[in-house]
Design a protein around this ligand. Structure first.
Ligand SMILES: Cc1ncc(COP(=O)(O)O)c(C=O)c1O
Length: 506
């Protein structure tokens, strides 16, 4: 092992076949007592729906199953294992208090068809969360229904479209800066708008002159990621919003990076009309792979009539209810009320932190990103010098002379015991290394990461081959990513049994 590698040690990883490969006929993980009641023919119960051929099921003992999955679980790198610096994804620690609360019987077992009078607690959670999020965003209305950030974008732009149509002023275009998140143009296109690219200036912010030239009465909205994917706050946001509003357009803010702003500034105060939040980023609920996401959309009063139904409302008798009769609503965007379990977790996180805790969280997220920026500036090229917020974007320019690219550095980082950062994104930085440490990390962990990155930069000079062939410490070394993407093998198939003639010939 390289003496510079301080975090990772040799990990005991045992060879592991597929569970199907461990199978041997007749093995089982359970044993049932003899029947002491008359046997019922399952075909009588299930009729034609009974499946007789169960395919090739693994036959293994209980301990084999337990060991198999326990071993597999130790191969995973997660945020509970160490720093997960995936920029733009905000892989922050999912606080355990969230899980404790979400697993309470009354909440985990609540049924969406429960009558309102038996759902007052659940409705209150949604109502309090709505109020907290509106306060944080400086907005006047909100829906919790969307199930992810991109889904929130879709909902938000549908609100814009419905609003403009209601004014008899449908428009054709949406302006999107080149520093926006990739889901933004996809959303605008899905909503039927033409996407017009807006250039960034040398500081990585919206170029005001370009905006002035491109903003006209055909533009429905400007879709702005703020802070943008360079981790840069749009310093002219007031001016930007004024320019858009002056031509009758609306300002949509992709608020997925609100972890850089919570408790500091409120988008509603700087001219934003509608925005989404990623609860699975800013408010520490698990990400897609680890659980469903949630992308609430907050907006100004003018867009409220168009919100998806149902909306949680306070009734005259003091109870809470769900209102469906909203003739201008864009309709449902999701079954029932969104991912309620995520609402519970996000509210638990907000309440456990309190106002001062949320402000501290924002400050720590920004501090940690800037700590890494300061330590690695010069070791890696920093293309945009504008102050960083919650994430910092370097480029591989200094390493490419030796043939080492961002993807190679990321693979080598795995050998040092870290999850890679985000590779080659945002697109406006050639060979981007996008690093977001989040507030969860201690200085010790950040220092280990910085050491690893410095060590890799030294290796790029002295021994680029070790980087170009990394990772070396993993069970599976460098994959052919193009073949994996173009010809994925998504299903295990048993090895073909040799046909009788071939066996006879041998
Ligand atoms: C800035 C930004 N916008 C939008 C999204 C899309 O969110 P989701 O992946 O939940 O759809 C992300 C995802 O991380 C993001 O970082």
């Amino acid at each position: 092992m390289n003496r510079n590698i301080k975090k990772a040690t040799e990990h005991v990883i045992q060879n592991e076949g597929l569970i199907f490969e461990k199978s041997s006929p007749g093995k089982a993980a359970f044993k049932l007592p003899e029947l002491d009641v008359p046997e019922v023919d399952s075909r009588e119960l299930l009729g034609a729906s009974e499946r007789e051929d169960l395919g090739n099921m693994p036959e293994v003992s209980e301990i084999e199953i337990i060991r198999h999955f326990t071993r597999l679980s130790t191969w995973n790198y997660g945020v509970d294992t160490g720093l997960y610096p995936l920029g733009s994804c905000t892989m922050k620690y999912n606080a355990r208090i969230n899980e404790v609360v979400a697993r309470l019987d009354g909440l985990a077992g609540a049924h969406p068809y429960q009558p309102e009078k038996l759902s007052q607690g659940a409705l209150l959670i949604m109502q309090i969360l709505r109020k907290c999020l509106m306060e944080i965003c400086g907005m006047e209305a909100i829906t919790l229904q969307p199930a992810a950030g991109a889904h929130g974008e879709l909902t938000g732009i549908l609100l814009v479209r419905a609003y403009l149509q209601s004014k008899g002023n449908p428009r054709k275009k949406i302006l999107i800066p080149d520093s926006a998140h990739g889901t933004n143009p996809a959303t605008a296109a899905i909503c039927g708008y033409a996407v017009e690219n807006l250039k960034s200036n040398a500081g990585g912010m919206v170029d005001i002159a370009s905006l002035e030239a491109q903003m006209n009465e055909d533009v429905a909205a400007l879709m702005l990621t703020n802070p943008n994917t360079l981790g840069v706050f749009e310093q002219d946001i007031h001016k930007i919003a004024d320019l858009v509003h002056a031509k009758g357009g609306l300002v949509y803010m992709d608020g997925a990076n609100m972890n850089a702003l919570v408790g500091k500034v409120r988008p509603g105060d700087f001219g934003v009309d509608v925005m989404h939040l990623n609860l699975h980023k800013t408010f520490s609920t698990p990400h897609g792979g680890g659980g469903p996401g949630s992308g609430p959309v907050a907006c100004k009063k003018i867009l409220e009539p168009f919100l998806p139904v149902p909306v949680v409302v306070s009734k005259a008798d003091g109870t809470l209810g769900l209102e469906y009769n909203r003739p201008q609503s864009i309709g449902r965007v999701r079954a029932f009320y969104g991912n309620f379990g995520m609402h519970v977790r996000a509210l638990a996180y907000i309440m456990a932190n309190g106002c001062d805790g949320l402000v501290q969280t924002t400050e720590d997220a920004v501090l940690n990103a800037n700590y890494i920026r300061k330590k690695l500036e010069g070791v890696y090229d920093l293309p945009y010098k504008t102050p960083s917020m919650h994430e910092v974007v370097f480029s591989d320019r200094l390493q490419t002379a030796k043939g080492v690219k961002t993807g190679d550095i990321a693979k080598r980082l795995i050998d040092y015991g870290f999850h890679p950062y985000t590779v080659s994104f945002p697109l406006i930085v050639h060979g981007a290394l996008m690093i977001e440490p989040t507030e969860s990390e201690s200085r010790e962990e950040l220092d280990l990461f910085v050491d690893a990155m410095k060590s890799i930069a030294e290796e790029a000079e002295a021994n680029p081959e070790v980087i170009l062939t990394a990772p070396h410490s993993t069970r599976v070394t460098r994959l052919d990513e193009v073949t994996a993407a173009r010809k994925p093998i998504l299903r295990w198939k048993p090895k073909e049994k040799p046909v009788a003639e071939e066996v006879a010939a041998k």
